[in-house]
Design a binder for this molecule. Structure first.
Ligand code: FES
Length: 189
């Protein structure tokens, strides 16, 4: 009687090859886990920021227009001076919430997760992000607490204009950033 030949799935593979495959699978699983942990660390919860209002220094401390934005790690925002005035840029990427970094050489914001980039005023440049960087509300107050300039998101004003402020007394004008009020960045065309 003729014997039926049944081929075994591991037929033709020697013990060393099997062990090598097991090691490869284990290493891949470990690398995947490590990537998840790193990604989880880099990703930022938008809701976790405390406090919600920041005294971000005085107008005299502001970076000049065109200079690198100033980081405020506790609030995860960056303060910058644009042609329109003082803007507080949300440091959380508009793609999948990774924390943006500042690339000194390119003079751009760069996302470590998927490579989106934004210019110094938060405008989208490249990558999978769907819109420019979001912005928080800014108020500039004098020593008496009176507001001398502010954002007005309802009116489309996303930077506190310095034109009306008394810049001679800039060392006494404080910048208050409220991260409970946020304007979403312009969508990518
Ligand atoms: S989270 Fe920034 S590009 Fe994806």
């Amino acid at each position: 009687m003729r014997k039926t030949e049944i081929s075994h799935p591991l037929q033709g593979i020697d013990r060393r090859e099997i062990l090598a495959w097991i090691w490869l699978l284990a290493a891949t699983a470990a690398a995947t886990k490590a990537t998840q942990l790193t990604y989880g660390f880099v990703r930022a919860s938008r809701a976790a920021r405390q406090p919600t209002s920041f005294n971000a220094g005085t107008v005299a401390d502001l970076p000049s227009p065109g200079d690198a934005p100033r980081a405020f790690p506790d609030g995860r925002f960056w303060l910058t001076q644009t042609q329109e005035g003082v803007a507080a840029l949300d440091g959380v990427c508009t793609h999948l919430d990774c924390l943006l970094g500042w690339d000194e050489q390119a003079h751009e914001f760069a996302c470590p997760c998927h490579g989106s980039r934004f210019d110094a005023s938060g405008r989208y440049l490249t990558g999978p992000a769907p819109r420019s960087m979001d912005r928080f509300a800014v108020k500039i107050v004098n020593p008496e607490g009176a507001v001398v300039a502010s954002t007005d998101f309802a009116a489309g004003v996303q930077a506190a204009p310095l034109a009306g402020a008394d810049v001679d007394s800039s060392a006494s004008l404080h910048i208050i950033v409220d991260i409970t009020l946020e304007a979403t960045g312009a969508p990518v065309a």
